[in-house]
Design a protein around this ligand. Structure first.
Ligand SMILES: [Zn+2]
Ligand SMILES: [Zn+2]
Length: 372
């Protein structure tokens, strides 16, 4: 099998096309163990959290085969898996929930304790890492998926089976961007029809949040990003107003008076999270979706919580229940109410993955898909 492996991080601000941090190489092809599946990856897509691993701001054990947003077909079924068959069309999910920890029992599989443990150590839910170089060196799995590859072995719990006829270029983006962005609005914020919302950061997650708000019947959807090239796309996704961070205060005042009901932070900046608390009205909620640097700290006026009833809500993978939400969102897409195609910028061969990192870092692409 072939996979893109990160051996050492490269700080932001350098050209990844030059430094080539991801090495596309041959690995020994593992067979699935009990509870696992072998999956032929058809498309994977490059997400900002891949970039955060490459630039060292999201610390992961190396070497690691990256990639966590993908679609494929089941190629092999491990012992004991009875509800998935060879040939099934599957979306990969980056939290393989165990079903029995506190979070899973509370109905919040996105926060699975066991998944957080194995994702952190580069192992799989049902056993230690399987990926090896031909010389036998261990390669860590990325979030149980490692999808910048032509093949992956994953836990049964890392896939959601979808209908055969969904185009792979659409399905590829449901496992991370769509699940995370839509879930932030529909699950975490639990938006009501007629509420106003502002979304900060118009990557694939932020744009998915915009689509979810439009779908839910928000009265105003204000989309903010310093990169004006993203603004047209946000309008197509359902934004009612677009602007740069300098425009945010004025646009919010025009559409929602003293503040929006919901602000979604999809940047990963403590400073933007703090500004979002200033942009929501009394009783409003800020949803923190972007991943700030692990050393970043948040300083905000403390009185606005008890004094104005504001809430600050963390949202990991959109508080999703993937087995429920992916079919639900695909249903919206099928009805023409969720234009996920808009997120797909272009498709390239896996050999150009490092150039993809540059394009994503520069904000030139929303979702670039890769074919191994
Ligand atoms: Zn992602
Ligand atoms: Zn669990």
């Amino acid at each position: 099998m072939r996979a893109a492996v990160l051996y050492s991080t490269v700080p932001p601000g350098t050209s990844y096309a030059e430094s080539q941090p991801l090495v596309v190489q041959e690995l020994s092809r593992p067979e699935p163990r009990a509870g696992e599946l072998g999956v032929t990856i058809t498309y994977s897509s490059l997400c900002h959290s891949d970039l955060s691993v490459v630039d060292g701001s999201r610390v992961r054990p190396l070497p690691m085969a990256l990639g966590h947003e993908a679609v494929g077909r089941v190629a092999a079924v491990g012992e004991g898996v009875t509800d998935v068959a060879v040939g099934d069309h599957v979306v990969l999910v980056f939290v393989p929930s165990c079903g029995s920890c506190r979070a899973c029992l509370a109905g919040r599989p996105a926060l699975c304790h066991r998944a957080a443990e194995v994702n952190g150590s580069g192992d799989l839910l049902h056993g230690e890492a399987l990926l090896r170089t031909p010389a036998g060196e261990r390669i860590n799995h990325h979030l149980g998926v490692s999808a910048f590859a032509d093949y992956a072995v994953v836990a049964r719990e890392s896939v959601v089976v979808i209908d055969d006829d969904v185009p792979d270029t659409v399905a590829a983006m449901f496992g991370c961007a769509v699940l995370t962005g839509m879930g932030a609005v529909l699950n975490t914020a639990d938006i009501r029809e007629g509420q106003s919302i502002a979304v900060f950061g118009l990557g694939a997650v932020g744009l998915s949040a915009v689509m979810a708000a439009a779908l839910a019947g928000a009265s105003a959807v204000i989309a903010i990003d310093p990169n004006t090239a993203k603004h047209g796309l946000a309008l197509k996704c359902g934004a009612t107003a677009v602007g740069t961070p300098e425009d945010a205060g004025r646009l919010i005042a025009e559409a929602a008076g003293d503040g929006v009901d919901i602000a979604v932070e999809a940047v990963g900046s403590a400073r933007v999270i703090a500004s979002c608390l200033g942009h929501v009205t009394r009783g409003g909620a800020v949803v923190s979706v972007g991943l700030p640097h692990p050393t970043a700290e948040l300083t905000v006026p403390a009185l606005q919580f008890a004094g104005a009833g504001k809430r600050l809500l963390g949202s990991y993978m959109g508080d999703a229940v993937p087995d429920r939400d992916i079919p639900l969102y695909l249903g919206y897409w099928r009805e023409g109410r969720l234009p996920v195609e808009l997120l797909h910028t272009d498709t390239r061969p896996l050999a150009e993955i490092n150039e993809g990192l540059d394009a994503l870092a520069a904000g030139q692409v929303v979702r670039r898909l890769f074919q191994a």
